[in-house]
Design a protein around this ligand. Structure first.
Ligand SMILES: OB(O)c1ccc2cc[nH]c2c1
Length: 241
């Protein structure tokens, strides 16, 4: 039944896109259900305070633990993975997306300011897996954009959400390599030709060409991916190239 996503944030309106397009259809078809929750619902003071100054000094503010404890107790089904976007996290990867897509759902905790009191993630680990992850080596103003990114990466891997399953299997990173270039009509455009092999009908030759392009592009743009490949991923000929 439906993959369940819950997001806790102080900016619930940032997550409105979760209801549009691809995700909207999946929600209508019962493949996915999404809940967005305002952290301030779980504050206990008249000013609905969510942040305070950091212990030990330093700039900015830190999100207080108490509202998070109450929010996660209310929102997170026992055993559900808690994902905490943070620039200090492990890199989010396609492998993680594929793994998470096989689970019943996810809860996202969106930080702002200097982040969330560390005890929240530490405490939450007692009620299920906690993944503190980064979507890249740059710093955003909060976790909400990262939640949109990760939600898209995960939900498109849920069977039935993306029409053509094959296109998912042939994504960049699906086999550890970058996809090569794609082309469509016209065969000549502003003096630029489509590689002839793609118009040849020689399917074996096309597959060879595509594999070679994928390796060439990966070596040029992401040599780190090449060195991370399992031993048997490249043929001897490809390794020598
Ligand atoms: O760059 B990020 O992924 C990210 C995530 C969470 C917070 C909270 C405050 N700044 C943040 C940045």
């Amino acid at each position: 039944d439906a993959f369940r996503i819950d997001v806790v944030t102080i900016f619930p309106e940032y997550l409105a896109p979760l209801r549009q397009s691809l995700l909207g259809k999946a929600i209508e078809r019962g493949l996915l259900s999404v809940g967005v929750h305002d952290l301030r619902e779980w504050t206990d003071d008249v000013h609905r305070t969510v942040d305070d100054a950091p212990y030990g000094g330093g700039p900015g503010m830190v999100l207080k633990p108490e509202p998070w404890g109450r929010a996660l107790e209310a929102v997170r089904p026992p055993g559900t993975r808690l994902v905490v976007p943070t620039p200090a996290g492990r890199p989010f990867t396609q492998r993680m997306a594929a793994e998470w897509a096989t689970e019943p759902g996810l809860v996202f905790a969106c930080g702002r300011y200097e982040g969330i009191d560390q005890r929240v993630a530490d405490w939450a680990a007692g009620a299920g897996p906690v993944s503190e992850v980064s979507i890249g080596d740059y710093v955003l103003a909060g976790g909400e954009s990262a939640v949109l990114v990760m939600t898209e990466a995960v939900t498109r891997l849920i069977p039935g959400v993306v029409g053509n399953r094959e296109s998912v299997e042939f994504d960049s990173h699906a086999d550890g390599l970058l996809e090569g270039p794609s082309y469509t009509r016209p065969a000549t455009w502003r003096g630029h030709e489509v590689p002839a092999v793609l118009l040849s009908g020689d399917h074996a030759g096309i597959a060879r060409w595509r594999r070679a392009e994928s390796l060439r592009r990966t070596a040029a743009r992401r040599p780190d991916l090449l060195s991370a490949l399992p031993g048997d991923a490249l043929t001897d000929a490809e390794r020598a190239a």
